[in-house]
Design a binder for this molecule. Structure first.
Ligand SMILES: Cc1cc2nc3c(=O)[nH]c(=O)nc-3n(C[C@H](O)[C@H](O)[C@H](O)COP(=O)(O)OP(=O)(O)OC[C@H]3O[C@@H](n4cnc5c(N)ncnc54)[C@H](O)[C@@H]3O)c2cc1C
Length: 247
């Protein structure tokens, strides 16, 4: 017997381009497929793209490498890959301890960093971490023009890579999610933090003192998970905790 969810999948074309230009061509008619965690669920729920464009054969899709001062992560790097590669921990101390806590083993094995960003879910963790790290996202727009923007800026077209300047220490206090999560980063004597609370784009700001930082990022919003006042009250606590836990 077929599961109900299988019956809902309509036939689609599958393209497996080996160049970004070919991928963009196919994307005019279809949806980008990375790990498929989000996309296949959406299709089971009724989303019916005429074609899927599997990005896994694009050059450098799963690369993790140093380019000068930058750690470069291909958009197709899976969470599990990022957790296991020593280059990542060498560039961002603490990242792997934090990233081991997200999702579950199946999602970490299948889901990609690019897919996490492009899912556009305001509760997801990668964007605030990248904002605290002052990372840059690299991609191409639908017309094929390359772009490179700071994490937190709007993304469109295809993400190809994430650049993070090496030499950071990171801690992410996820203990109060979905009410609030706080990622703190130290670079030399500079501190920066980002807050995520399941709504809109996370906010990042220099972290001088936990209180000053909260003033810089407020106002919080009230939603089903918690009130703005409550978030404002726990934010300095989480920031102080994240600071204390920095490796
Ligand atoms: C049970 C569960 C628990 C989870 N827990 C967490 C958590 O604790 N923290 C967290 O941060 N996340 C969590 N996630 C989210 C998870 O990290 C993402 O679902 C995953 O990373 C998506 O990646 P993917 O490659 O499978 O994306 P896909 O499903 O392949 O793609 C997602 C979307 O992005 C588009 N896309 C993918 N790659 C690109 C690209 N390179 N350029 C342009 N568009 C692209 C696709 O077309 C699609 O619209 C969880 C998910 C599940 C199901």
């Amino acid at each position: 017997m077929l599961a109900r969810s299988h019956l809902r999948l309509r036939p689609f074309e599958l393209h497996r381009p080996t160049s970004v230009a070919a991928a963009l061509d196919h994307l005019t008619m279809g949806a980008a497929l990375a790990g498929g965690v989000e996309l296949i669920e959406a299709m089971k729920g009724g989303y019916q793209p005429a074609a899927l464009v599997d990005l896994s054969l694009l050059p450098g899709w799963r690369r993790i490498e140093r380019q000068g001062a930058d750690l470069v992560l291909g958009a197709g790097v899976t969470h599990a890959q990022a957790i296991a590669d020593p280059l990542v921990e060498a560039a961002i101390q603490g990242f792997q301890a934090v990233w081991r806590q997200i999702a579950n083993p199946r999602i970490r094995a299948q889901g990609t960093l690019g897919g996490n960003l492009m899912a556009g879910n305001p509760a997801y963790d990668l964007l605030p971490v990248l904002m605290a790290l002052e990372a840059e996202i690299v991609g191409v727009d639908p017309a094929g023009t390359a772009w490179r923007v700071p994490a937190g800026a709007p993304l469109h077209g295809l993400i190809t890579a994430i650049h993070v300047r090496a030499g950071a220490r990171l801690h992410f206090d996820r203990g109060w999610r979905p009410v609030l999560g706080v990622a703190a980063v130290r670079r030399g004597d500079r501190y920066r933090a980002a807050a995520v609370w399941g709504h809109g784009v996370p906010v990042a700001a220099p972290l001088r003192t936990a209180k000053a930082w909260v003033a810089a990022i407020s106002p919080f919003i009230t939603n089903a998970a918690g009130s703005a006042d409550y978030r404002a009250a726990i934010a300095p606590v989480l920031a102080a905790r994240a600071l204390a836990a920095l490796p």
